[in-house]
Design a protein around this ligand. Structure first.
Ligand code: SF4
Length: 356
């Protein structure tokens, strides 16, 4: 099935989903009552466990009754997070938290409607209506020479047609101040068929304005042969591929899964970049861990326990930008003449403290 056929056969009815899994009574009940956008591609559905409702892919795709409980999520989360209530005049497509880089939203369509999505008010619940016009965004960018880095996001920008992506990339590269283009897309994971000859033509070829790509893979089960091939092809086009995992309770917040996920990402040539704290959007309390959990998992599962390249940075994304939260137990003591340092096994060593 090519990518367009995958989208035509999008798995977003209980009948279609039943061809991949044996739905539990609870899943059936929630789906029959569901008013939100949900579903995924046949490719991603085929990776689900047929009989286990706790399958990490099922939990990311199939709506849960817990989404109706909202004790800690913030209403109007996206407006707060993306600084949309500001005096700066910007089109809906441009979200800004930093001076030299912006997020440019080009669609609200996705290849999977993740239940934990921090943009769920927009893409899953449909409570927030925004207007994403490519030319309006490009026009704003042309008038802002301080922006050197544009993150193209969504929804999933790789669901645009090849012609639209070619136009977008060409127009961005025509702006003399744009030094790099980034894409945030789950297609390498949920729709690897999207990385086809047409897209490779759009992305490939040497250019002085590079394209970087970050995908989102949250569990080792999501990594298929098709994904490995798609990533290889992206790299062949000069597009580096990183991962931005979301830390999800009951899905990837244990040492073994967390380590396996990051090791397996490297085995398919994806570089772990971030692990995000699951954000305080409404209706996703059940996915959220304590805020320190990401740093603890890096300490207990990765740092010193496996290849250094497997280590992402743990961050909390907020309205004032990303706040890094990394393990901080390494420097045990600092004296006038020496430092005492601790390794991942708890062993201590000392190094001289050189005066400044
Ligand atoms: S693909 Fe991205 S934007 Fe779409 S639902 Fe998932 S996390 Fe949200």
């Amino acid at each position: 099935m090519n990518w367009k056929e995958q989208l035509k056969k999008f798995v977003n009815t209980p009948e279609r989903l039943s061809t991949y899994v044996n739905l539990s009574e609870e899943e059936r009940a929630v789906l029959s009552d569901n008013k939100t956008t949900w579903g995924t591609t046949p490719h991603f559905a085929s990776l689900m466990d047929k009989d286990d409702p706790n399958c990490p892919i099922r939990k990311q795709v199939i709506p849960s009754a817990l989404e109706k409980q909202n004790c800690y999520g913030m209403e109007d989360y996206l407006v707060w997070k993306e600084n949309r209530a500001t005096d700066e005049v910007r089109p809906d497509s441009i979200a800004r938290q930093y001076r030299d880089r912006v997020a440019f939203t080009v669609t609200q369509t996705c290849g999977v409607y993740c239940r934990h999505c921090f943009r769920k008010e927009l893409v899953v619940d449909g409570n927030l209506k925004l207007n994403f016009n490519l030319d309006e965004g490009l026009h704003w960018l042309a008038a802002h020479p301080e922006v050197r880095d544009v993150l193209v996001t969504g929804g999933d920008p790789f669901l645009l047609a090849d012609e639209q992506l070619e136009y977008l990339i060409r127009k961005l590269r025509e702006l003399p101040h744009v030094e790099m283009i980034r894409f945030g897309t789950r297609t390498p994971i949920v729709l690897p068929q999207r990385i086809d000859a047409g897209l490779k033509k759009v992305l490939g070829g040497y250019h002085k304005v590079p394209i970087w790509l970050n995908t989102q893979c949250n569990h080792p089960k999501e990594l298929s042969e098709e994904t490995a091939r798609a990533v290889y092809d992206l790299l062949g086009c000069g597009v580096n591929v990183g991962n931005q995992a979301v830390l999800l309770k009951g899905i990837n917040d244990d040492v073994e899964t967390f380590r396996h996920l990051h090791q397996k990402l490297l085995s398919v040539r994806i570089k772990p970049y971030y692990v995000f704290y699951c954000e305080a959007a409404p209706g996703i309390d059940h996915f959220r861990t304590p805020i320190e959990k990401g740093a603890e998992l890096i300490r207990d599962a990765l740092r010193g326990h496996t290849t250094g390249l497997a280590q992402p940075m743990s961050v909390v994304a907020t309205n004032i930008g990303k706040i890094p939260l990394m393990p901080d137990y390494y420097i045990v003591n600092k004296k006038a003449k020496e430092y005492t340092l601790r390794n991942h096994k708890g062993e201590l060593t000392t190094l001289p403290n050189i005066p400044e």
